[in-house]
Write a protein that binds this ligand. Structure first.
Ligand code: OAD
Length: 223
């Protein structure tokens, strides 16, 4: 399974692209790059505080729950997500590969300490309790490399997959978008679940148009 922002849309988490998407109102280079953080860490943190508060109030939807149930039923199941909201874990998914990180974790720029941080009243920017260094959200920003080990596990899962379900992603951000292509090339049957038809229909075997929160429970029921 490869999921993107669309899987959390019905939980109330805004998507990035498309109508009402975050990148319609904000420029990624102002908020989601290492350069933006170096320039104005307080601004970047205020934006993450806004997102953390918003997501804190969100609950997993039937799409997250259906994926957790599929995991329990299917041996060899892997879930790769681009989402940083942590909702897959809340729904019961045991080991989602969060290839873009998780906004409930922070990392110190000085000592490298990474830890879970769920408090919503942090200063902007917060500092490391161990060394006083600047903390950043433990997410991947534009222009940064993904965690190599996670990415390798995701590649391996994609290349070994018999079936890949691609849910709620515009599939424009690489390398995540290339995972479905790699799976297809390696012989997987690729099913896309999205509100919109895929831009390149030769990349998918079946396109299921609709809301993830309706399509996935229906798939589960049929399986
Ligand atoms: P996008 O916002 O680019 O795409 C969301 C996709 O979900 C679109 O194709 C929508 O049509 C679809 N969609 C919306 N609501 C849906 C629903 N209820 N059911 C099914 N599909 C729905 O999100 P991503 O592809 O995840 O990067 O974006 C990839 C990356 O770009 C993100 O991880 C983030 C962003 O910049 C980082 O944070 C590094």
């Amino acid at each position: 399974m490869l999921t993107g922002a669309g899987v959390s849309a019905e939980s109330g988490v805004p998507t990035f692209r498309g109508q009402g998407g975050i990148w319609e109102r904000h420029r990624p280079e102002d908020l989601a790059t290492p350069q933006a953080f170096a320039r104005d860490p307080a601004l970047v943190w205020r934006w993450y505080h806004w997102r953390r508060r918003l997501i804190h109030a969100c609950r997993p939807n039937p799409a997250h729950l259906a994926l957790a149930e599929l995991e329990a039923r299917l041996p060899g199941f892997n879930l790769i997500t681009q989402n940083v909201d942590g909702l897959h874990r809340l729904a019961g998914s045991r080991a989602p590969l969060e290839i873009h990180g998780n906004l409930w974790f922070v990392r110190c720029l000085d000592c490298g300490e990474r830890r879970e941080e769920r408090r919503l009243d942090l200063p902007a920017p917060p500092s490391c309790p161990l060394c006083g260094g600047l903390l950043r959200p433990d997410v991947v920003w534009f222009g940064e490399n993904l965690d190599q080990e996670l990415l390798e596990r995701a590649w391996q899962a994609a290349q070994e997959a018999e079936v890949m379900l691609v849910v709620g992603t515009s599939a424009v951000v690489r390398p995540a978008a290339s995972l479905a292509t790699a799976a297809k090339r390696a012989g997987a049957f690729v099913i896309e679940v999205n509100l919109e038809p895929p831009p390149n229909s030769s990349q998918v075997d079946v396109s299921l148009l609709g809301k993830a929160g309706q399509v996935l429970p229906a798939l589960l029921e049929a399986s």
